[in-house]
Design a protein around this ligand. Sequence first.
Ligand code: FAD
Length: 343
Amino acid sequence: MENILFLAHSEADGTLSTAALEALGAAVELKQALNGTLAVALYGAQIQSAADSISACGAQRFLAVCGEEFATARHATDAAACEALVRASGATIIIAAASSRNSRVMGALAHRVRGCVDTHVTDVTASSGAPVVTRWFYRQRIEGSLTRTQRPWILLLDPGVCSAWQGTPGSITPELIDVPISDSLRRTSVRGTVTPPADQQTIRPDAKLLFVAGAGWTKKQKDGQTHVPEAEAIILDFLRNSKASLGGSKSLVDLSGENQSTLRFMSHLNQVGQTGATPRHPKGLSACCHGEEPHTVGWRFIGERRAINLDPNCGWARGKADVLYVADAFEVMSKVNALLAAM
Ligand SMILES: Cc1cc2nc3c(=O)[nH]c(=O)nc-3n(C[C@H](O)[C@H](O)[C@H](O)COP(=O)(O)OP(=O)(O)OC[C@H]3O[C@@H](n4cnc5c(N)ncnc54)[C@H](O)[C@@H]3O)c2cc1C
């Protein structure tokens, strides 16, 4: 019988993230499909409200490692907490959200408990009484299903692929697991977090809209001149007003590496496509990007796709977008900004 463990860290406010609730949803479904057991393991500075919020999930056990030492992501203490929780639970399958905090320690956890780990998991099901995992290979071009006999088997579930667990909050007293913290575990201390101001933070995974800028913003326009500072102002203005997340084509993000005149806030982290990211947003709007296959393959999880391009024969016109506006993006986006500012 499989002993399934939902493993999660609490957020700074003591709650669980949406991605963690999605991992719990997957764990609950797998428990039912395999007729196994389910346990919950939480770690963080405060775990009580997180535990209460999922008390009705049907878990037989609630375990927790709790304390200020586990307030922020630190490899040594997080790995020690996760190891203690997994050992105490006797889990054979561990399901956790692929948060950056979890992702950093799951390799070490697998090594310590002599288990194995799979990342970028997009589905967990059961077939012939055995768990089956679906994940991407080769930069999300091939989807494969696999199963393993090695246990414990740790699964890091990508956010946005499963339904979040929902239930009425209750009250639960988790079993507290003691993790001795030696000085060697404290060698790294987290002194604070530096984040860019909201208007400089251009990658916003929770945004309703993805705005993708292509290399056209930096190319010569109808007057024979480039208008890069104007492009920067239009794009930043739009991001400020719409709170959209910013993506870029490879050609555009590569320009900055080549020291060409380009958009200063654009980096390789913004790149969408085959060799970039595959973001998930309900809507997407592309401007000055040609819509070639290696780029649009990164749009596969975008719900509604629109593009602005001067070229009526661009890639977007060939079935890649739901709506193509054949227009000058400088003009269209300036008008959109004026409308947004007036709202
Ligand atoms: C192995 C491999 C992997 C790759 N991976 C990726 C990837 O991950 N992501 C990616 O993006 N690309 C990737 N590429 C590159 C991809 O094939 C294209 O070269 C790239 O996407 C082109 O970028 P672009 O459309 O911004 O630029 P361009 O092809 O230069 O297109 C610019 C567009 O802007 C339009 N334009 C110009 N001015 C205006 C205006 N005023 N208003 C409206 N439209 C205007 C033009 O009509 C043109 O269509 C990959 C290629 C290979 C071979």
